[in-house]
Design a protein around this ligand. Structure first.
Ligand code: NAD
Length: 290
């Protein structure tokens, strides 16, 4: 089985980005500047945002982290979004999800200027993506597309099953994979919590993308011999033998599948680093457009 090593690939792409940023600096151009808004103390969100900020530094971008307390009001958060939209120095920004329950996530998303929407979550960018127009593509699905491309995994004409229909992963993944592009041109089935007989679908898949949020739910009996498996899930599972008291598990039973599939992403070190790199690629693009 080929391990689809997102960590190593992300490192390669970061080095490529660094070369581009160095060239911009030498030419006296504007250094890309990403801002991240982190609300509350969600431990996973803190790790994700820290990785994003560190990755900016690694490639020579500027970054600004705006931390706000859990009890921030809707109007205070909207005010921050308005200020980021207007700030000429910020090329792109993200508002890390999930937001606290009292905040209307849709209202925040709708307030983000699509030109600075480097997460690719706003209706303008989702619409442009769907029409095949130039857009900031959602970071996780785009990171997966870049991975499929760089690893030379054929998607054209393949049966792909996407598990999970979230706005940020599953749904845009189906759009990108089914578009008339390379990678793309796949026949895509989207499965979700109401799908009957999941296994009947997954057993036919040449490629499975799992974005469900249930640890190790995809087991060997659900997968065709030689399939390619992309595991998006990042789940914390209690584990007293670890110093942190938990381990990270994907949505796929990696140990159970590894002798059956032809290629698979590990967790951690698979899709996660590709998501971060995709965000950096969007930020460089935003900076160059402005
Ligand atoms: P989500 O948590 O918003 O939704 C889960 C989806 O799974 C829903 O669409 C639901 O219909 C589907 N689902 C639930 N039970 C199911 C079942 N039994 N069979 C089939 N489908 C089922 O989804 P999300 O935000 O895309 O997150 C999914 C996972 O991916 C989580 O573990 C999350 O932490 C992880 N994630 C990872 C990255 C990354 O960069 N690696 C990025 C985003 C999300």
């Amino acid at each position: 089985m080929q391990v689809l090593d997102g960590k190593a690939l992300a490192q390669t792409i970061k080095e490529e980005l660094k070369v581009k940023v160095d060239a911009i600096r030498q030419a006296g151009g504007k250094i890309p500047h990403l801002a991240a808004v982190l609300v509350g103390e969600n431990p996973a969100s803190q790790v994700y945002v820290r990785n994003k900020v560190r990755s900016c530094e690694a490639v020579g971008f500027r970054s600004t982290l705006l931390r706000r307390p859990q009890d921030i009001t809707q109007s205070e958060l909207l005010q921050i979004v308005t200020e980021l939209n207007a700030d000429p120095d910020i090329d792109g920004y993200i508002v890390q999800l999930p937001l606290p329950a009292h905040i209307d996530e849709d209202a925040i998303n709708l307030a983000i200027d699509p030109r600075k929407d480097v997460d690719g979550f706003t209706p303008v960018n989702i619409g442009r993506m769907t029409l095949g127009l130039d857009a900031y593509l959602p970071a996780t699905p785009n990171g997966i597309m870049v991975m499929l491309d760089r690893y030379g995994i054929e998607t054209s004409g393949k049966e792909v099953v996407v598990l999970g229909r979230s706005n940020i992963v599953g749904t845009p993944m189906t759009v990108l994979l089914s578009r008339k592009s390379n990678p793309g041109n796949a026949t895509v089935t989207l499965c979700h919590s109401r799908t009957k007989d999941l296994k009947a679908h997954t057993l036919h898949a040449d490629i499975i993308v799992a974005a469900i949020g249930i640890p190790e739910m995809v087991t060997a009996d659900m997968v065709k011999e030689g399939a390619v498996v992309i595991d998006v899930g990042i789940n914390r599972v209690d584990d007293a033998s670890r110093s942190k008291g938990y381990r990270l598990a994907g949505d796929v039973d990696y140990a159970g599948l590894k002798d059956k599939v032809s290629a698979m992403t590990p967790v951690p070190g698979g899709v996660g680093p590709m998501t971060v790199v995709s965000l950096l690629m969007n930020t460089l693009k935003a900076s160059q457009k402005r």
